[in-house]
Design a protein around this ligand. Sequence first.
Ligand SMILES: [Zn+2]
Length: 304
Amino acid sequence: MTFDIVLIGGRVIDPETNLDALRNIGIRDGRIMAISSEMLTGDQIIDVSDLVVSSGFIDLHVHGITNQEQEYQVRDGVTTALELEFGVPYLAEWYRSREAKAMINYGASVCWAVDRVRGIEAVNPAFEEVQHEVSAGDYRGIPSVMNHFSRAFSIELSDTGKVKMLEGIKSALTEGGVGIGVPIGYVGGASREEVFKIYQLAGEMHVPIFSHVRSGGTMAVQQAICDALLTNAPLHIVHINSVTQSEIGLAIEMVQTAKKQGFDITTELYPYPAGSTGLQTAIFDEGWQERLGVSYDALQWVAT
Ligand SMILES: [Zn+2]
């Protein structure tokens, strides 16, 4: 058999079949027809030795959602980039603004942190005003609307507010939300009851929750796992390394234990020891040194 294109000598990695070896790849009519250690012949031979050949990566944790960031994501081999931790408020408007523009597959979760302001009377009018703003033109998600709503992150919802919040999540899910972003670590005003109600909804609708857990390290991971177990909500704990730090081994053991028992609970971690976040966020509220176990010498302000 001869092929249209043959990739020669690449390190072929296929997680589905656990393959990680030097192989040649034969492509015909745009499809991979052979993965072989034998020599293959074709019209076009491309030497890919010293390169990794793999299916496109799905990045579950991006915050850059414009083409500027997608240019980097493509170069990293990412073909699907998802903003799941925070999600994107005004999902319908965002999906519309990306139509025919995006370089790779894209998607986002429901942005509970912003959507919940629909349940806060003092901030509620701003929600529709901003919606008006973002429906015109290129829309960059959270960074472009953050200053309107960050104040609301520390406000607790009333009982009627919680009902509106849940309705807001449901309607955003119909706009294409890939689950629910629950970055409680940034939303100090979120009561245990509010969060439990979100898990209940996720369990009933069987949609995943993506959570940057509260501050509190492993105890906060336990809290999230407990909510998921009680409600049967699928749960993905984002960057478990930065939230549990030196107790990461224990935290991963907890996730693995839940998985082994059949619960749909997963996690992720990034492979570098630094993190990046907003100085104005709840992460740096009073007591951050004790909570994070670091002080000023560990901080770097990018602009300087
Ligand atoms: Zn985070």
